[in-house]
Design a protein around this ligand. Sequence first.
Ligand SMILES: [Mn+2]
Length: 346
Amino acid sequence: MHVKIKLKAGSLTCFDNFVSTLHSKLGIISHSDVDGFVSALLAYKFFSKRCKVYWPIFLDYLGFDLAIRKLIRASHLAILDIGFDKPELYNSHHNFLIVDHHPFKHDLNSSNVCFIKTRTETPASLTCYGLFARHDSSIKQYDWLVALAIIADYTFKHNKEFVKFIASKYGYKISKDIFNSQLGSFVRLLNLAIIYFHNNYARMFKMLLKLNSLNALYKVETYSKIVQAEIDRLKSEFYERRECFNDTYIFVFKSRFPVTGTIATLLSSEEPNKTYIFVGDIHGEQYASVSARRQDGNIDLPLLLKEATSSINCISCGGHRKAAAARISRNDIGKFVENIKKLVKQ
Ligand SMILES: [Mn+2]
């Protein structure tokens, strides 16, 4: 299917220039979620025909400097779906292609940066698909992965045409509640498998490269089931152990998988007028992850997290009004919870 994408920054010309100057090696840095994996896959397939491409590096809003250093020998870098918006990050000698739909404060375009930005409702993988298919129509064989990324990024409503086209092309029915359709169950499989491989994204990426159809996704079910069981366990633990202050639930838990955001999204839909604060102490992770949710939008969550972390070391802090996240030192979990309690009691 042909897609036409409105760009809020950058241009097709700067993309074409980036492609025409490719010579030695290209590195890919992408987000460790479904949209990020699909974007990286499209970029890997597209650029591999043109130059040597390193294995993509997947990040979750941390570790950009280190990733750039690992790719020091690449001449070109594709930075996909990751939302790093500080211009000084793009000062290295590389030529950069940035494809993103996160909110950015700066227009990063410069002599060595081609910054292609769309509105939030256009997942990075859909933009990659449109850009790459202009040069190479064989990229269209991965259209079904793009449909999954659209659903995973909660942008089905805005890209219905594309998803409907994919559903009829491959013989799937879709319903209004897309997460309860068969395509929705494929999204869940992929989502959970990526979480399973959080210590070895290269393995996940290799598996993804080999998949040639939606049905082949059942191959990752072995892994996604393990993460699903962990999510189910944490759900019941939430009801047993959550603390309640005014209209706020606080739940601190330990897990072997990075599921803080997943369970926060899942559980917070139950009571839209409650604030949910989840703090995950995840085995093997350097920092504790905080996810905040409130579906009725009555609380400014990025502000709440900012205030609650003002007296402790906050590694990263941000998000949207109804869904925000932070990373804090594991030693500061107790202090953070105390701060939240004080703030919501006021
Ligand atoms: Mn995305």
